[in-house]
Ligand binder design. Structure first.
Ligand code: FAD
Ligand code: SF4
Ligand code: SF4
Length: 454
């Protein structure tokens, strides 16, 4: 089948499930692969070769990218702006919902939005991700009809989830739906909406999440071993907040079938696996959408100096739809104020580097099966950046392969990464020494220019 040969066999599937939901023959189901990621598998032979699966896949060469999709959706909105990093945007805000903050990932704005959409009758159903209690599938997308149910989905799931079942439900049950999703999932929904009238009419609001990478289910297994979890994990909370730590030092807490509870903070080993891209699907290496450009509104963390200290978490919003702008401007029960879009971009500086400079270099190193990106392949002059990309790619592959063999030994995994971790640490030190005089010169030049103008 085309989707298997073109996407899955090139290891470019992110596991969204849209191909499986839309296949007219019902020939695809979503299953775990050996790396703990979702892929479609063929359950019966495809006899029509209609190609719909490829037309909705965010990693296929559909001839559409986030700029063309965003342009069609938001390009004609009065007052809309566009930046290469963000795509289209109408307004940007910083703030929180006091009621949602304690259980949410950052300022609780995503849950507030979904609840308000239901409360005000703008949608009949909200689709979000919620814990299942099933050790083999800890999180899943579900369709909810009440604000109380939506609140059970608050928080981030750094875990694979797929949409085939909920999209089939949208196709089967009339009504107006709001959907949350990562950038690639919402791109798939937009591609599907172009080809399916029911999805076009029924999905009326999309709430995106800014995204740097997804993690396989093995990432959760690995962090559980770091936390000393012995039993079978039945629940995880990924964004626990501690009043004595900054917002970016959140904790993961694990619960097991025998009632054990363990927690581990981000700086106790999670950050090492996260930033070095261990257990990240290959598709994320070729992603150029930072801010969910196909979403009516995108929510993210306020990773900015003024907000980091507040452990309760603060949200940034990038709004593209006038209807959502009107909703947040009325803002019942929230504390929100405008913020410059430049600051929103600044808050995601690390992700911008990965999805622009790193991507450009990755496209030089290995672009097997990768469709055209909005970033041109380029070999950077910066030697540190080249080493960083190569080391992180090696570690990403190694983590997938080691855990994929069934050997689940956290110590052995860290040992295997040792060489690359050392190389990165040395390169980082060298880069600091080399960059110091350059940064000082730039600073002096800025100061002199400032004085001359002042
Ligand atoms: C894999 C992943 C990577 C991310 N990377 C970044 C990043 O680099 N920078 C950044 O600022 N923010 C990132 N985020 C978003 C961030 O973690 C928060 O989700 C966001 O700030 C919204 O917080 P909130 O308090 O407003 O949302 P909440 O009130 O906590 O609500 C979050 C909503 O999103 C839904 N949800 C949770 N996980 C998923 C998922 N996997 N797929 C679809 N919906 C989901 C929940 O069900 C809930 O409805 C990422 C999120 C995920 C899941
Ligand atoms: S990315 Fe989505 S649409 Fe593409 S093959 Fe994977 S599950 Fe199917
Ligand atoms: S990095 Fe891109 S491809 Fe990976 S999950 Fe996020 S949006 Fe999807």
């Amino acid at each position: 089948m085309t989707i298997i040969a073109n996407i899955v066999e090139h290891d470019l599937c992110i596991g969204c499930g849209l191909c499986a939901a839309l296949c007219p023959q019902g020939a695809l189901v979503m299953q775990w692969n050996r790396y703990g990621e979702y892929n479609p598998v063929e359950t019966s032979p495809c006899t029509t070769e209609c190609g719909l699966c490829l037309k909705v896949c965010p990693f296929a060469d559909s001839g559409e990218n986030e700029d063309t999709i965003g342009g069609r959706l938001y390009g004609a909105v009065p007052g809309v702006g566009h930046r290469p990093e963000t795509g289209y945007y109408l307004a940007s805000y910083v703030g929180y919902s006091e009621r949602h903050r304690p259980t949410s990932a950052s300022g609780g704005m995503a849950t507030w939005l979904l609840e308000t959409l239901l409360d005000e009758g703008i949608v009949d159903h909200a689709i979000c991700v919620t814990p299942t209690g099933n050790p083999d599938k800890l999180f899943a997308f579900r369709v909810f009809d009440t604000p109380e149910d939506v609140r059970t989905g608050a928080g981030s799931a750094y875990y694979p989830v797929e949409m085939s079942a909920v999209i089939r439900q949208v196709l089967a049950v009339p009504g107006r739906y709001a959907v949350t999703g990562l950038p690639c999932f919402l791109k798939a929904i937009r591609l599907a909406q172009q080809r399916n009238k029911k999805l076009r009419e029924r999905i009326v609001v999309t709430v995106g999440l800014t995204c740097g990478q997804l993690k396989s289910k093995h990432f959760t297994d690995y962090v559980a071993t770091l936390a000393g979890v012995l039993g079978e994990v039945t629940g995880v909370r990924y964004r626990g907040k501690s009043p004595d730590r900054p917002a970016n030092n959140f904790y993961f807490s694990f619960t097991t079938a025998d009632g054990d509870e363990r927690r581990i903070f981000r700086n106790e080993g999670i950050s090492e696996a996260w930033t070095n891209r261990w257990f990240t699907p290959r598709a994320c290496n070729y992603c150029d959408d930072i801010f969910a450009e196909c979403a009516d509104v995108t929510c993210m963390d306020a990773w900015l100096p003024g907000f980091l200290r507040d452990s309760r978490g603060t949200s940034l919003l990038l709004v593209r739809s006038p209807a959502v702008q009107e909703l947040v401007e009325r803002g019942r029960g929230i504390c929100l104020e405008p913020i410059l879009v430049e600051q929103v971009v600044q808050s995601q500086a690390g992700v911008v580097t990965v999805k622009r400079q790193h991507l450009a270099y990755r496209l030089c190193l290995d672009h097997r099966g990768v469709p055209e990106k909005r970033v041109a392949p380029a070999r950077p002059l910066n030697l540190f950046l080249r080493q960083e990309v190569a080391a992180k790619d090696r570690m990403r592959e190694l983590s997938r392969d080691l855990w994929g063999t069934g050997e689940r030994d956290g110590n052995r995994l860290r040992e295997a990464m040792g060489q690359d971790l050392k190389r990165l640490a040395v390169a980082r030190q060298l880069s600091k020494i080399i960059m110091f005089p350059i940064k000082t010169l730039r600073y002096i030049r800025r100061e002199v220019r400032g004085r001359n103008h002042g």
